[in-house]
Design a protein around this ligand. Structure first.
Ligand code: GLN
Length: 538
Protein backbone atom coordinates (compact mmCIF):
# COMPACT_ATOMS: atom_id res chain seq x y z
CA UNK A 1 0.00 0.00 0.00
CA UNK A 2 1.02 3.62 -0.51
CA UNK A 3 1.95 5.83 2.45
CA UNK A 4 -1.63 7.14 2.64
CA UNK A 5 -3.49 6.59 5.90
CA UNK A 6 -7.24 6.06 6.03
CA UNK A 7 -9.63 7.59 8.53
CA UNK A 8 -13.11 6.10 8.36
CA UNK A 9 -16.03 8.02 9.80
CA UNK A 10 -19.23 6.12 10.54
CA UNK A 11 -22.48 7.43 11.98
CA UNK A 12 -24.50 6.04 14.84
CA UNK A 13 -27.94 6.37 16.44
CA UNK A 14 -29.43 8.89 14.05
CA UNK A 15 -28.99 10.48 10.65
CA UNK A 16 -28.40 14.24 10.21
CA UNK A 17 -25.71 14.44 12.89
CA UNK A 18 -23.50 16.47 10.59
CA UNK A 19 -21.12 13.72 9.53
CA UNK A 20 -20.18 15.59 6.36
CA UNK A 21 -19.25 18.73 8.28
CA UNK A 22 -17.32 16.68 10.86
CA UNK A 23 -15.33 14.99 8.10
CA UNK A 24 -14.69 18.36 6.45
CA UNK A 25 -13.69 19.96 9.75
CA UNK A 26 -11.25 17.16 10.52
CA UNK A 27 -9.76 17.66 7.05
CA UNK A 28 -9.40 21.37 7.78
CA UNK A 29 -7.61 20.65 11.08
CA UNK A 30 -5.21 18.10 9.58
CA UNK A 31 -4.36 20.54 6.79
CA UNK A 32 -3.70 23.22 9.40
CA UNK A 33 -1.01 20.90 10.76
CA UNK A 34 0.66 20.65 7.39
CA UNK A 35 -0.78 17.31 6.25
CA UNK A 36 -2.32 16.77 2.83
CA UNK A 37 -5.84 15.43 2.83
CA UNK A 38 -8.33 13.93 0.42
CA UNK A 39 -11.92 13.08 1.23
CA UNK A 40 -14.27 10.47 -0.08
CA UNK A 41 -17.97 9.78 0.40
CA UNK A 42 -19.45 6.29 0.24
CA UNK A 43 -23.20 6.42 -0.32
CA UNK A 44 -25.13 3.21 0.28
CA UNK A 45 -27.97 3.87 -2.23
CA UNK A 46 -28.40 2.01 -5.51
CA UNK A 47 -28.57 5.13 -7.70
CA UNK A 48 -25.36 5.66 -9.63
CA UNK A 49 -25.35 9.26 -8.42
CA UNK A 50 -27.85 11.74 -6.94
CA UNK A 51 -28.25 13.46 -10.35
CA UNK A 52 -31.67 11.97 -10.94
CA UNK A 53 -32.98 12.29 -7.37
CA UNK A 54 -35.39 14.96 -6.22
CA UNK A 55 -33.92 17.67 -3.99
CA UNK A 56 -36.64 16.64 -1.51
CA UNK A 57 -34.98 13.24 -1.29
CA UNK A 58 -31.41 14.26 -1.40
CA UNK A 59 -30.88 17.99 -1.08
CA UNK A 60 -28.62 19.73 -3.56
CA UNK A 61 -26.60 17.93 -6.20
CA UNK A 62 -23.01 19.14 -5.92
CA UNK A 63 -21.04 19.20 -9.18
CA UNK A 64 -17.30 18.58 -9.18
CA UNK A 65 -14.90 20.21 -11.64
CA UNK A 66 -14.79 17.04 -13.75
CA UNK A 67 -18.57 17.00 -14.01
CA UNK A 68 -19.64 14.39 -11.49
CA UNK A 69 -23.03 14.90 -9.87
CA UNK A 70 -22.36 14.15 -6.23
CA UNK A 71 -23.57 14.34 -2.70
CA UNK A 72 -23.72 17.78 -1.11
CA UNK A 73 -21.21 16.67 1.51
CA UNK A 74 -18.53 17.05 -1.16
CA UNK A 75 -19.38 20.74 -1.09
CA UNK A 76 -18.45 20.89 2.59
CA UNK A 77 -15.26 18.97 1.88
CA UNK A 78 -14.17 21.47 -0.78
CA UNK A 79 -15.21 24.52 1.22
CA UNK A 80 -13.39 23.44 4.40
CA UNK A 81 -10.18 22.13 2.80
CA UNK A 82 -7.91 22.72 -0.17
CA UNK A 83 -8.79 19.38 -1.74
CA UNK A 84 -9.89 19.29 -5.37
CA UNK A 85 -12.41 16.53 -5.69
CA UNK A 86 -13.46 14.50 -8.71
CA UNK A 87 -15.88 11.70 -9.47
CA UNK A 88 -13.51 9.29 -7.72
CA UNK A 89 -14.30 10.95 -4.42
CA UNK A 90 -17.99 10.08 -4.61
CA UNK A 91 -18.95 6.41 -4.61
CA UNK A 92 -22.36 4.74 -4.41
CA UNK A 93 -23.51 1.15 -4.05
CA UNK A 94 -24.98 1.54 -7.54
CA UNK A 95 -21.55 2.36 -9.01
CA UNK A 96 -19.94 -0.56 -7.21
CA UNK A 97 -22.53 -3.07 -8.46
CA UNK A 98 -22.44 -1.55 -11.94
CA UNK A 99 -18.68 -2.16 -12.17
CA UNK A 100 -18.86 -5.68 -10.75
CA UNK A 101 -21.76 -6.70 -13.00
CA UNK A 102 -20.05 -5.30 -16.11
CA UNK A 103 -16.95 -7.30 -15.19
CA UNK A 104 -19.01 -10.41 -14.70
CA UNK A 105 -20.51 -10.00 -18.20
CA UNK A 106 -17.06 -9.49 -19.67
CA UNK A 107 -16.00 -12.76 -18.14
CA UNK A 108 -13.53 -11.38 -15.61
CA UNK A 109 -14.75 -13.81 -12.96
CA UNK A 110 -15.14 -16.86 -15.23
CA UNK A 111 -15.86 -20.00 -13.30
CA UNK A 112 -16.62 -18.21 -10.05
CA UNK A 113 -19.78 -17.22 -8.23
CA UNK A 114 -19.86 -13.45 -7.85
CA UNK A 115 -20.70 -12.47 -4.27
CA UNK A 116 -20.97 -9.51 -1.92
CA UNK A 117 -17.88 -10.82 -0.13
CA UNK A 118 -15.33 -10.68 -1.68
CA UNK A 119 -16.34 -9.10 -5.00
CA UNK A 120 -18.40 -6.14 -3.84
CA UNK A 121 -16.21 -5.47 -0.81
CA UNK A 122 -13.07 -5.69 -2.99
CA UNK A 123 -14.49 -3.14 -5.40
CA UNK A 124 -15.32 -0.82 -2.48
CA UNK A 125 -11.73 -1.09 -1.29
CA UNK A 126 -10.48 -0.63 -4.81
CA UNK A 127 -12.25 2.76 -4.98
CA UNK A 128 -10.33 3.87 -1.89
CA UNK A 129 -7.02 2.65 -3.24
CA UNK A 130 -7.62 4.54 -6.51
CA UNK A 131 -7.80 7.83 -4.59
CA UNK A 132 -4.73 6.87 -2.54
CA UNK A 133 -2.77 6.00 -5.69
CA UNK A 134 -3.77 8.97 -7.81
CA UNK A 135 -3.78 11.71 -5.19
CA UNK A 136 -1.25 10.24 -2.80
CA UNK A 137 -2.33 12.36 0.17
CA UNK A 138 -1.15 11.87 3.75
CA UNK A 139 -4.72 11.06 4.77
CA UNK A 140 -7.95 10.05 3.10
CA UNK A 141 -10.96 10.68 5.28
CA UNK A 142 -13.75 8.39 4.11
CA UNK A 143 -17.30 9.10 5.18
CA UNK A 144 -19.52 6.03 5.29
CA UNK A 145 -23.03 7.27 4.49
CA UNK A 146 -26.07 6.11 6.42
CA UNK A 147 -26.30 4.97 10.02
CA UNK A 148 -24.72 1.88 11.52
CA UNK A 149 -27.48 -0.71 11.73
CA UNK A 150 -28.80 -0.01 8.22
CA UNK A 151 -28.84 -3.12 6.05
CA UNK A 152 -27.38 -1.33 3.06
CA UNK A 153 -24.18 -0.06 4.66
CA UNK A 154 -23.01 -3.51 5.77
CA UNK A 155 -20.76 -4.19 2.74
CA UNK A 156 -19.01 -0.86 3.32
CA UNK A 157 -18.44 -1.67 6.98
CA UNK A 158 -17.09 -5.09 6.05
CA UNK A 159 -14.73 -3.44 3.56
CA UNK A 160 -13.34 -1.05 6.16
CA UNK A 161 -13.01 -3.85 8.70
CA UNK A 162 -10.82 -5.67 6.19
CA UNK A 163 -8.80 -2.51 5.60
CA UNK A 164 -7.96 -2.33 9.30
CA UNK A 165 -7.13 -6.04 9.45
CA UNK A 166 -4.83 -5.73 6.49
CA UNK A 167 -3.11 -2.40 7.11
CA UNK A 168 -3.14 -2.17 10.90
CA UNK A 169 -4.13 0.47 13.39
CA UNK A 170 -1.37 2.92 12.50
CA UNK A 171 -2.73 3.13 8.94
CA UNK A 172 -6.46 2.78 9.47
CA UNK A 173 -8.50 4.63 12.07
CA UNK A 174 -12.18 4.34 12.98
CA UNK A 175 -14.08 7.42 14.12
CA UNK A 176 -17.70 6.96 15.12
CA UNK A 177 -19.96 10.01 15.17
CA UNK A 178 -22.89 9.44 17.44
CA UNK A 179 -25.70 11.14 19.29
CA UNK A 180 -25.88 11.58 23.05
CA UNK A 181 -29.41 12.88 23.47
CA UNK A 182 -30.67 14.88 26.41
CA UNK A 183 -33.97 13.66 27.76
CA UNK A 184 -35.69 16.88 28.73
CA UNK A 185 -37.89 15.40 31.45
CA UNK A 186 -34.89 13.82 33.16
CA UNK A 187 -32.65 16.79 32.35
CA UNK A 188 -29.87 14.36 31.60
CA UNK A 189 -27.73 13.37 28.63
CA UNK A 190 -28.03 9.67 27.89
CA UNK A 191 -25.16 7.48 26.75
CA UNK A 192 -27.12 4.27 26.19
CA UNK A 193 -27.96 4.75 22.47
CA UNK A 194 -24.24 5.26 21.81
CA UNK A 195 -23.35 2.13 23.75
CA UNK A 196 -25.79 0.17 21.60
CA UNK A 197 -24.50 1.67 18.40
CA UNK A 198 -20.93 0.75 19.32
CA UNK A 199 -22.13 -2.76 20.14
CA UNK A 200 -23.61 -2.97 16.67
CA UNK A 201 -20.27 -1.94 15.18
CA UNK A 202 -18.46 -4.47 17.33
CA UNK A 203 -20.78 -7.15 15.99
CA UNK A 204 -19.40 -6.29 12.55
CA UNK A 205 -15.85 -6.53 13.80
CA UNK A 206 -15.20 -2.81 14.15
CA UNK A 207 -13.98 -1.31 17.40
CA UNK A 208 -14.08 2.49 17.10
CA UNK A 209 -10.90 4.30 18.14
CA UNK A 210 -12.57 7.66 18.63
CA UNK A 211 -16.11 8.59 19.57
CA UNK A 212 -17.38 11.98 18.50
CA UNK A 213 -20.54 12.67 20.44
CA UNK A 214 -23.16 15.17 19.33
CA UNK A 215 -24.54 16.74 22.50
CA UNK A 216 -26.53 19.87 23.23
CA UNK A 217 -24.18 20.87 26.09
CA UNK A 218 -20.46 20.02 26.34
CA UNK A 219 -19.99 16.60 27.95
CA UNK A 220 -18.82 16.29 31.53
CA UNK A 221 -15.79 14.25 32.52
CA UNK A 222 -18.08 11.68 34.10
CA UNK A 223 -19.98 11.16 30.89
CA UNK A 224 -16.78 10.77 28.91
CA UNK A 225 -15.54 8.35 31.51
CA UNK A 226 -18.72 6.28 31.30
CA UNK A 227 -18.62 6.08 27.50
CA UNK A 228 -14.94 5.28 27.63
CA UNK A 229 -15.52 2.36 29.98
CA UNK A 230 -18.54 0.89 28.23
CA UNK A 231 -17.39 1.46 24.66
CA UNK A 232 -13.79 0.44 25.10
CA UNK A 233 -12.47 3.81 23.91
CA UNK A 234 -9.80 5.80 25.76
CA UNK A 235 -11.31 8.66 27.72
CA UNK A 236 -9.29 11.27 25.86
CA UNK A 237 -10.64 9.79 22.62
CA UNK A 238 -14.22 10.65 23.56
CA UNK A 239 -14.84 13.98 21.88
CA UNK A 240 -17.69 16.25 22.74
CA UNK A 241 -19.34 17.94 19.75
CA UNK A 242 -21.79 20.41 21.22
CA UNK A 243 -24.28 22.38 19.16
CA UNK A 244 -23.00 25.59 17.61
CA UNK A 245 -25.59 28.27 17.12
CA UNK A 246 -23.56 30.82 15.18
CA UNK A 247 -21.97 29.35 12.06
CA UNK A 248 -20.82 25.97 10.80
CA UNK A 249 -17.44 27.58 10.15
CA UNK A 250 -16.89 27.61 13.92
CA UNK A 251 -16.99 23.82 13.99
CA UNK A 252 -13.30 23.22 13.15
CA UNK A 253 -12.38 25.45 16.07
CA UNK A 254 -14.72 23.60 18.39
CA UNK A 255 -13.06 20.31 17.36
CA UNK A 256 -9.64 21.87 17.74
CA UNK A 257 -10.46 22.87 21.30
CA UNK A 258 -11.64 19.32 21.91
CA UNK A 259 -8.27 18.17 20.47
CA UNK A 260 -9.83 15.94 17.79
CA UNK A 261 -6.87 16.39 15.43
CA UNK A 262 -4.36 15.74 18.22
CA UNK A 263 -6.13 12.56 19.25
CA UNK A 264 -6.30 11.35 15.62
CA UNK A 265 -2.58 11.94 15.05
CA UNK A 266 -1.59 10.45 18.39
CA UNK A 267 -3.70 7.33 17.89
CA UNK A 268 -2.12 6.77 14.47
CA UNK A 269 1.37 7.46 15.79
CA UNK A 270 1.84 10.53 13.63
CA UNK A 271 3.91 13.58 14.43
CA UNK A 272 1.96 16.40 16.03
CA UNK A 273 3.14 19.21 13.77
CA UNK A 274 2.44 22.77 14.87
CA UNK A 275 -0.91 24.02 13.83
CA UNK A 276 -1.33 27.09 11.65
CA UNK A 277 -4.97 27.94 12.06
CA UNK A 278 -4.74 31.66 11.56
CA UNK A 279 -6.41 32.03 8.16
CA UNK A 280 -9.47 30.09 9.30
CA UNK A 281 -9.59 31.82 12.67
CA UNK A 282 -9.41 35.29 11.11
CA UNK A 283 -12.19 34.35 8.69
CA UNK A 284 -14.45 33.17 11.54
CA UNK A 285 -13.75 36.29 13.59
CA UNK A 286 -14.70 38.41 10.59
CA UNK A 287 -17.85 36.39 10.12
CA UNK A 288 -18.91 36.99 13.69
CA UNK A 289 -18.17 40.70 13.84
CA UNK A 290 -20.26 42.15 11.07
CA UNK A 291 -20.95 45.82 10.50
CA UNK A 292 -24.34 45.53 8.83
CA UNK A 293 -27.10 43.15 7.84
CA UNK A 294 -28.77 42.68 4.46
CA UNK A 295 -31.83 40.70 3.48
CA UNK A 296 -31.52 38.60 0.35
CA UNK A 297 -34.55 36.93 -1.19
CA UNK A 298 -33.90 33.45 -2.53
CA UNK A 299 -36.75 32.62 -4.90
CA UNK A 300 -36.81 28.88 -5.53
CA UNK A 301 -39.30 26.06 -5.38
CA UNK A 302 -37.40 24.00 -2.79
CA UNK A 303 -36.97 26.72 -0.18
CA UNK A 304 -38.75 24.60 2.44
CA UNK A 305 -35.75 22.30 2.41
CA UNK A 306 -32.55 23.70 4.00
CA UNK A 307 -30.23 21.53 1.95
CA UNK A 308 -31.73 22.03 -1.52
CA UNK A 309 -29.78 25.27 -2.08
CA UNK A 310 -26.98 24.55 0.40
CA UNK A 311 -24.10 25.89 -1.71
CA UNK A 312 -26.12 29.00 -2.62
CA UNK A 313 -26.74 29.91 1.03
CA UNK A 314 -23.11 29.19 1.90
CA UNK A 315 -21.82 31.30 -1.00
CA UNK A 316 -24.07 34.21 -0.06
CA UNK A 317 -22.68 34.10 3.45
CA UNK A 318 -19.15 34.03 1.99
CA UNK A 319 -20.08 37.17 0.05
CA UNK A 320 -21.06 38.59 3.43
CA UNK A 321 -17.66 37.67 4.90
CA UNK A 322 -16.00 39.67 2.12
CA UNK A 323 -17.87 42.80 3.22
CA UNK A 324 -18.33 42.27 6.96
CA UNK A 325 -22.02 41.82 6.34
CA UNK A 326 -24.49 39.44 7.88
CA UNK A 327 -26.68 37.99 5.17
CA UNK A 328 -30.21 37.06 6.15
CA UNK A 329 -32.24 34.91 3.80
CA UNK A 330 -35.81 35.65 2.88
CA UNK A 331 -36.97 32.37 1.39
CA UNK A 332 -39.71 32.85 -1.16
CA UNK A 333 -41.70 30.14 -2.88
CA UNK A 334 -42.33 31.44 -6.42
CA UNK A 335 -45.60 29.50 -6.55
CA UNK A 336 -46.96 31.94 -3.99
CA UNK A 337 -46.03 35.03 -6.01
CA UNK A 338 -48.52 36.82 -8.24
CA UNK A 339 -48.90 40.29 -9.75
CA UNK A 340 -50.85 41.50 -6.72
CA UNK A 341 -48.50 40.39 -3.97
CA UNK A 342 -45.06 40.58 -5.58
CA UNK A 343 -44.28 44.10 -4.37
CA UNK A 344 -45.35 43.29 -0.84
CA UNK A 345 -43.53 39.96 -0.73
CA UNK A 346 -40.26 41.55 -1.78
CA UNK A 347 -40.75 44.79 0.14
CA UNK A 348 -37.80 44.73 2.53
CA UNK A 349 -35.22 42.85 0.53
CA UNK A 350 -31.92 44.33 -0.65
CA UNK A 351 -31.20 41.73 -3.29
CA UNK A 352 -32.98 38.94 -5.17
CA UNK A 353 -31.40 35.65 -6.18
CA UNK A 354 -33.09 33.07 -8.39
CA UNK A 355 -31.19 29.77 -8.21
CA UNK A 356 -31.05 26.83 -10.62
CA UNK A 357 -33.81 24.32 -11.11
CA UNK A 358 -35.73 22.10 -13.47
CA UNK A 359 -39.29 22.01 -14.77
CA UNK A 360 -42.05 24.55 -15.03
CA UNK A 361 -43.33 24.75 -11.46
CA UNK A 362 -42.98 28.26 -10.07
CA UNK A 363 -41.56 29.72 -13.29
CA UNK A 364 -44.04 32.56 -13.64
CA UNK A 365 -43.42 33.61 -10.01
CA UNK A 366 -39.68 33.69 -10.64
CA UNK A 367 -40.23 35.85 -13.72
CA UNK A 368 -42.34 38.28 -11.67
CA UNK A 369 -39.60 38.51 -9.02
CA UNK A 370 -37.02 39.22 -11.74
CA UNK A 371 -39.19 41.87 -13.35
CA UNK A 372 -39.50 43.50 -9.93
CA UNK A 373 -35.71 43.45 -9.44
CA UNK A 374 -35.10 44.84 -12.92
CA UNK A 375 -37.63 47.65 -12.82
CA UNK A 376 -36.97 48.70 -9.22
CA UNK A 377 -33.18 48.61 -9.49
CA UNK A 378 -32.80 45.90 -6.83
CA UNK A 379 -29.56 43.88 -7.15
CA UNK A 380 -30.33 40.63 -8.97
CA UNK A 381 -28.37 37.44 -9.34
CA UNK A 382 -29.74 34.67 -11.58
CA UNK A 383 -28.08 31.29 -11.61
CA UNK A 384 -28.63 28.75 -14.39
CA UNK A 385 -32.44 28.48 -14.54
CA UNK A 386 -32.43 31.88 -12.79
CA UNK A 387 -30.44 33.34 -15.69
CA UNK A 388 -32.71 31.65 -18.22
CA UNK A 389 -35.77 33.18 -16.51
CA UNK A 390 -34.09 36.60 -16.64
CA UNK A 391 -33.65 36.20 -20.40
CA UNK A 392 -37.31 35.19 -20.77
CA UNK A 393 -38.44 38.15 -18.65
CA UNK A 394 -36.38 40.60 -20.70
CA UNK A 395 -37.66 39.07 -23.93
CA UNK A 396 -41.28 39.41 -22.90
CA UNK A 397 -41.25 42.76 -21.14
CA UNK A 398 -38.49 44.73 -22.89
CA UNK A 399 -38.22 43.25 -26.38
CA UNK A 400 -41.95 42.64 -26.62
CA UNK A 401 -41.51 39.01 -27.65
CA UNK A 402 -44.95 37.83 -26.69
CA UNK A 403 -44.92 34.62 -24.64
CA UNK A 404 -41.15 34.25 -24.94
CA UNK A 405 -40.09 31.17 -23.05
CA UNK A 406 -37.62 28.35 -22.65
CA UNK A 407 -38.51 25.22 -24.61
CA UNK A 408 -38.05 23.30 -21.36
CA UNK A 409 -41.14 25.11 -20.08
CA UNK A 410 -43.11 25.47 -23.33
CA UNK A 411 -41.76 23.35 -26.16
CA UNK A 412 -44.06 25.04 -28.71
CA UNK A 413 -43.42 28.66 -27.69
CA UNK A 414 -43.37 31.18 -30.52
CA UNK A 415 -40.19 32.75 -29.13
CA UNK A 416 -37.86 30.04 -27.80
CA UNK A 417 -35.26 32.41 -26.35
CA UNK A 418 -33.83 29.51 -24.35
CA UNK A 419 -33.62 26.16 -26.14
CA UNK A 420 -31.79 22.88 -26.44
CA UNK A 421 -28.43 22.57 -28.10
CA UNK A 422 -28.55 20.46 -31.26
CA UNK A 423 -26.51 17.71 -29.63
CA UNK A 424 -28.92 17.50 -26.69
CA UNK A 425 -31.92 16.92 -28.97
CA UNK A 426 -31.48 13.17 -29.35
CA UNK A 427 -30.61 12.38 -25.78
CA UNK A 428 -32.70 9.55 -24.37
CA UNK A 429 -31.01 8.83 -21.05
CA UNK A 430 -31.58 11.25 -18.18
CA UNK A 431 -28.64 10.40 -15.92
CA UNK A 432 -25.32 12.19 -16.48
CA UNK A 433 -26.24 13.57 -19.93
CA UNK A 434 -26.29 17.29 -19.19
CA UNK A 435 -23.53 19.77 -19.89
CA UNK A 436 -21.64 19.02 -16.71
CA UNK A 437 -18.50 20.23 -15.00
CA UNK A 438 -15.96 22.96 -15.50
CA UNK A 439 -15.79 24.88 -18.77
CA UNK A 440 -13.82 27.99 -19.72
CA UNK A 441 -15.62 31.26 -20.27
CA UNK A 442 -14.27 34.46 -21.76
CA UNK A 443 -15.41 37.74 -20.34
CA UNK A 444 -15.72 41.02 -22.19
CA UNK A 445 -13.91 43.97 -20.73
CA UNK A 446 -16.10 46.91 -19.83
CA UNK A 447 -18.68 44.69 -18.16
CA UNK A 448 -19.80 44.24 -14.59
CA UNK A 449 -18.63 40.62 -14.70
CA UNK A 450 -15.13 41.79 -15.66
CA UNK A 451 -15.05 44.30 -12.85
CA UNK A 452 -15.99 41.54 -10.39
CA UNK A 453 -13.73 38.78 -11.72
CA UNK A 454 -10.92 41.12 -12.81
CA UNK A 455 -10.10 38.57 -15.46
CA UNK A 456 -10.99 37.92 -19.09
CA UNK A 457 -10.80 34.19 -18.70
CA UNK A 458 -12.48 32.10 -16.01
CA UNK A 459 -13.59 28.52 -15.41
CA UNK A 460 -16.95 27.68 -13.91
CA UNK A 461 -18.96 24.51 -13.32
CA UNK A 462 -22.11 23.70 -15.25
CA UNK A 463 -25.18 21.50 -14.91
CA UNK A 464 -27.81 22.18 -17.53
CA UNK A 465 -29.22 21.21 -20.92
CA UNK A 466 -30.76 24.41 -22.21
CA UNK A 467 -28.93 27.49 -23.57
CA UNK A 468 -29.54 31.05 -24.71
CA UNK A 469 -30.78 30.78 -28.33
CA UNK A 470 -28.16 32.47 -30.50
CA UNK A 471 -30.50 33.86 -33.14
CA UNK A 472 -31.96 36.23 -30.52
CA UNK A 473 -28.59 37.56 -29.40
CA UNK A 474 -28.49 40.60 -31.64
CA UNK A 475 -31.97 41.70 -30.66
CA UNK A 476 -31.13 41.49 -26.96
CA UNK A 477 -27.83 43.30 -27.35
CA UNK A 478 -29.42 46.11 -29.34
CA UNK A 479 -31.91 46.58 -26.53
CA UNK A 480 -29.73 46.88 -23.47
CA UNK A 481 -28.86 43.35 -22.46
CA UNK A 482 -25.11 42.77 -22.39
CA UNK A 483 -23.69 39.39 -23.29
CA UNK A 484 -20.78 39.71 -20.88
CA UNK A 485 -19.40 36.19 -21.08
CA UNK A 486 -19.41 33.41 -23.64
CA UNK A 487 -17.68 30.11 -24.31
CA UNK A 488 -14.24 30.76 -25.88
CA UNK A 489 -15.62 29.93 -29.36
CA UNK A 490 -18.37 32.50 -28.75
CA UNK A 491 -21.06 29.91 -29.36
CA UNK A 492 -22.63 29.67 -25.91
CA UNK A 493 -23.87 32.59 -23.84
CA UNK A 494 -22.57 32.26 -20.28
CA UNK A 495 -23.18 35.64 -18.61
CA UNK A 496 -25.83 38.29 -19.22
CA UNK A 497 -26.15 41.73 -17.65
CA UNK A 498 -28.34 44.79 -17.99
CA UNK A 499 -26.41 47.92 -18.73
CA UNK A 500 -28.94 50.27 -17.21
CA UNK A 501 -28.99 48.47 -13.89
CA UNK A 502 -26.54 48.78 -10.97
CA UNK A 503 -26.14 45.04 -10.43
CA UNK A 504 -28.12 42.62 -12.58
CA UNK A 505 -26.22 39.47 -13.51
CA UNK A 506 -27.39 36.13 -14.86
CA UNK A 507 -24.97 33.24 -15.28
CA UNK A 508 -25.55 29.95 -17.06
CA UNK A 509 -23.06 28.23 -14.75
CA UNK A 510 -23.02 27.53 -11.01
CA UNK A 511 -20.57 29.86 -9.25
CA UNK A 512 -21.79 28.53 -5.89
CA UNK A 513 -19.68 25.40 -6.37
CA UNK A 514 -16.43 27.35 -6.23
CA UNK A 515 -16.92 29.71 -3.32
CA UNK A 516 -15.16 29.20 -0.01
CA UNK A 517 -15.41 31.09 3.27
CA UNK A 518 -11.69 31.84 3.00
CA UNK A 519 -12.02 32.81 -0.69
CA UNK A 520 -15.50 34.21 -1.39
CA UNK A 521 -16.51 33.93 -5.04
CA UNK A 522 -16.17 37.31 -6.80
CA UNK A 523 -19.76 37.33 -8.07
CA UNK A 524 -21.22 36.53 -4.65
CA UNK A 525 -18.95 39.12 -3.05
CA UNK A 526 -19.98 41.67 -5.69
CA UNK A 527 -23.65 40.86 -5.29
CA UNK A 528 -23.51 41.32 -1.51
CA UNK A 529 -21.60 44.57 -1.93
CA UNK A 530 -24.39 45.78 -4.20
CA UNK A 531 -27.05 44.75 -1.67
CA UNK A 532 -25.23 46.73 1.03
CA UNK A 533 -25.17 49.77 -1.23
CA UNK A 534 -28.85 49.31 -2.02
CA UNK A 535 -29.72 48.94 1.68
CA UNK A 536 -28.10 52.30 2.40
CA UNK A 537 -30.04 54.16 -0.27
CA UNK A 538 -32.87 54.60 2.21
N1 GLN B 1 -33.37 23.31 -16.33
C1 GLN B 1 -32.38 24.16 -16.90
C2 GLN B 1 -31.51 23.43 -17.92
O1 GLN B 1 -31.45 22.22 -17.90
C3 GLN B 1 -31.52 24.79 -15.83
C4 GLN B 1 -30.71 23.79 -15.08
C5 GLN B 1 -30.20 24.34 -13.77
O2 GLN B 1 -30.65 25.37 -13.30
N2 GLN B 1 -29.27 23.65 -13.15
O3 GLN B 1 -30.87 24.05 -18.72
Amino acid sequence: MSRTKFIFVTGGVSSSLGKGVTVAALGCLLESRGYSVSLQKMDPYINIDPGTMSPYQHGEVYVTADGAETDLDLGYYERFTHSKLTRKNSVSTGQIYNTVIQRERKGDYLGRTVQVVPHITNEIRNRMYIVAREENPDFIIVEIGGTVGDIESIPFLEAIRQMRYEHGSSNVLFVHLTLVPTITAAGEAKTKPTQHSVKELLGLGIQPDILVCRVSQPMTKEMKNKLSLFCNVKEENVISASDISTSIYEIPKMYKEEKLDEVVLKTMGMELRTSDFEEWDTMVKGLLTTKQTVQVAVVGKYISLQDAYRSIYESLSHGGIAHQTKVEFVKIDPENLDKENVIDSLKNVHGILVPGGFGDRGIEGKILAIQHARTKGIPFFGICLGMQCAVVEYGRNVLGLKDANSTEIRPDTEHPVISLLEEQNDIEQMGGTMRLGSYPCKIKKDTLAYSEYKSESIHERHRHRFEFTNRYRKQYEENGMVIAGTSPDDNLVEIVEIREHDWFVGVQFHPEFQSKPTAPHPLFAGFIKATVKYSKKG
